[in-house]
Design a protein around this ligand. Structure first.
Ligand code: BYC
Length: 329
């Protein structure tokens, strides 16, 4: 009789000997901190949560190209333009590695893509905020990619092999992205008064949304506990948010700018950073599709997908022709 996996990956019906052996091996691999690979037996709930997280992550990379792509034609110099093009291109690459990793769990790319285009799938809240000035390219690099690194470095050790391996390369590239963002802000902060104000304004607008990238507070995070038991996530949302706040609280001093958070301090006794309360109602509205740019981002993505139809058709026709030739040969 086929066994059903419940949410915790236990077998609810009488398992076959193969399924029982699969579960025992899965549990042993997780316990010894080894990796689960695509052909290994895994609980359905593990497969489902990974497909959810990896595909949301892939969608975030793809949608995340838009706020920056918007500034490529307006970058202030050829050098800045080239760097920004390279960065946006990197995000496309990250999306591709991540869709490939998600596909190894059994859901085809077309299905994942349809979930994004139909508005069913989530992607990171941060990309539903507008990029209003050139300084936003700095704030996105420093704060958004900085938050991404803080969140993603532990994911390099995720228990699912293809995800962890994809994250290694992504994190290397994200480090470069963060440095370029910091450098844009540094230059603006040492420029004219207007440039300094523009940099400060960008930080003011991106600070809270960047802190929300780590997800809801631990008490309101339905997926964290199980994901940590499975060693997909290694730290909770609040733990990672803490680390990030500590990092930017120091770095902002080098910029000679400030974080828009009068309550920010390190509580020596508790050994933790205290920051202002974040507006979780706003967060919920944004992930429910009602942020400032949700509609625009999805519309643009659908448009790009339609415009790219001829490329997919040509690639499929070429692959079919090649396969036919190989068969004849
Ligand atoms: N935005 O139980 P929780 C980048 C959802 S790309 C939207 O804590 P989990 C970059 C969550 O999905 C950055 N939704 O969930 C790209 C869940 O909903 P469902 C993307 C969010 O998964 C281009 C619900 O809220 N990074 O860096 O344990 C240019 C409850 O949350 C958000 C990744 O995707 C959010 N911020 O933890 C520049 C990293 N937060 O699915 C930069 C990989 C939560 O139950 N992902 N939700 O309906 C993760 O590490 C985890 O999925 C999260 C959330 C920490 C984000």
């Amino acid at each position: 009789m086929a066994a059903q996996n419940d949410a915790g990956g236990h077998l609810s019906a009488v398992p076959s000997p193969e399924e029982q052996a699969g579960l025992e091996r899965f549990n042993a691999l997780i316990a010894e901190d080894s990796r689960i690979e695509p052909r290994d037996w895994m609980p359905e709930a593990y497969r489902k949560t990974l497909t959810r997280q990896i595909s949301q992550h892939a969608h975030s990379e793809i949608i995340g190209m838009q706020p920056e792509a918007n500034w490529i034609t307006r970058a202030p110099s050829l050098k800045r333009k080239a760097i920004l093009i390279a960065k946006v291109q990197d995000e496309a690459g990250h999306g591709l590695y991540l869709y490939s990793a998600a596909e190894t769990l059994g859901t085809p790319r077309e299905v994942l893509n349809e979930q994004l285009l139909s508005g069913k799938a989530k992607y990171s809240s941060i990309f539903n905020y507008p990029a209003l000035s050139w300084a936003d390219m700095g704030a996105i690099g420093w704060l958004v990619d900085g938050a991404a690194i803080a969140n993603q470095v532990p994911l390099c050790r995720a228990s699912y092999g293809p995800y962890g391996r994809a994250m290694v390369r992504i994190c290397k590239e994200e480090s470069f992205h963060q440095r370029q963002g910091f450098e844009i802000l540094l230059e603006l902060a040492h420029g004219t008064e207007a440039q300094k104000r523009m940099a400060q304004d960008a930080i003011n607008r991106f600070y809270e949304p960047a802190l929300m990238m780590f997800g809801p507070p631990d008490g309101d995070s339905p997926n964290s506990q199980q994901s940590m038991e499975w060693k997909i996530k290694r730290f909770s949302n609040d733990e990672l948010r803490q680390r990030f706040v500590g990092m930017i609280a120091e770095q902002v001093k080098v910029l000679g700018l400030t974080l828009p958070d009068p309550e920010l301090r390190f509580d020596e006794e508790a050994g933790r950073w205290v920051h202002k309360d974040l507006d979780w109602d706003e967060f919920k509205a944004v992930i429910a599709g009602n942020g400032p740019c949700n509609a625009q981002r999805l519309e643009r993505r659908r448009e790009a997908h339609e415009n790219g139809a001829w490329v997919r058709e040509a690639a499929a026709a070429y692959a079919a022709k090649k396969a036919q030739k190989a068969q004849v040969a």
